[in-house]
Design a protein around this ligand. Structure first.
Ligand SMILES: CC(C)(COP(=O)(O)OP(=O)(O)OC[C@H]1O[C@@H](n2cnc3c(N)ncnc32)[C@H](O)[C@@H]1OP(=O)(O)O)[C@@H](O)C(=O)NCCC(=O)NCCS
Length: 221
């Protein structure tokens, strides 16, 4: 990660970088990496791709109603075809998503969508119920912030239900300085994703754990 946003394409009036006719970004396969959960399970993280449609549908249909409600603010057991297209077809510049998988099963998705013509993006996360509370949300935030920063995004915002302690816990554990605004049942969190000593330290500890999990897997193989 660099200390200043990298300009990929032409600069918008608001000094952001955005997808335009000259900047069709190919699938960024270099962003794939192994990650490890709190209990030490090694998973794989990679940018989403349009071929993930069937995997995403299966992932969504395996979520609990509560998790779906917390993500979509509505009872939404099935994704429509157009939602699946919207969620899986991204430009990797203004719209970006990482999936976390084990084998051919998705266990989490985290994404950001740039607010048009700004350097802010809205983030959203969903982790399979059986993988929640194991550090996956925080790992996703690390990787999303890294990538967004490199694309000229400086600030993340997220709307979450006021009692969603896990989501706010992820933001607070990231090492970024989170500003939270309460409006009845909803919290709007907003924070700079400029790397800080604290965010670097928090991330460094997790990198060390990935190496340990990789070694444990190869020792046991
Ligand atoms: C909210 C959600 C994405 C969080 O993902 P997660 O993988 O469960 O979160 P993590 O395990 O990384 O971190 C959250 C927890 O760890 C704590 N935490 C994580 N890393 C930590 C660290 N290094 N230090 C201190 N606390 C830490 C958080 O406070 C929080 O506590 P909890 O698990 O006891 O609630 C997930 O629970 C989810 O998908 N929920 C349903 C959908 C949703 O709510 N989406 C958010 C709206 S966009």
């Amino acid at each position: 990660m660099t200390d200043s946003p990298r300009k990929l394409t032409s600069t918008s009036p608001s000094n952001g970088v955005h997808a335009d006719q000259w900047s069709i970004r190919p699938y960024p396969s270099n962003l794939a990496s192994d990650v490890v959960t709190g209990p030490g399970v090694l998973l794989h993280l990679r940018p989403i791709r349009s071929q993930d449609a069937a995997l995403l549908v299966r992932f969504h249909e395996g979520l609990s109603p509560d998790s779906v409600y917390r993500r979509y603010f509505s009872v939404h057991p099935h994704l429509s075809d157009s939602e699946v297209r919207h969620l899986t077809q991204v430009d990797y510049v203004d719209r970006f998503a990482f999936v976390v998988e084990t084998g051919d099963t998705l266990v989490a998705v985290g994404r950001f969508d740039r607010i048009p013509e700004t350097t802010e993006a809205e983030v959203a996360f969903i982790v399979a119920d059986e993988y929640q509370h194991q550090g996956v949300g925080l790992l996703l935030l690390d990787h999303l912030a890294d990538e967004a920063w490199s694309l000229g995004i400086t600030t993340f915002t997220a709307e979450t239900q006021a009692d969603n302690r896990s989501m706010m816990g992820v933001f607070e554990a990231s090492g970024f300085a989170v500003n939270a605004r309460f409006d009845e049942e909803v919290i709007t969190a907003r924070f700079s994703i400029q790397p800080t000593d604290e965010s670097r330290a928090s991330r460094g500890r997790r990198t060390v754990r990935v190496e340990g999990a990789r070694r444990a897997r190869s020792d046991g193989a």
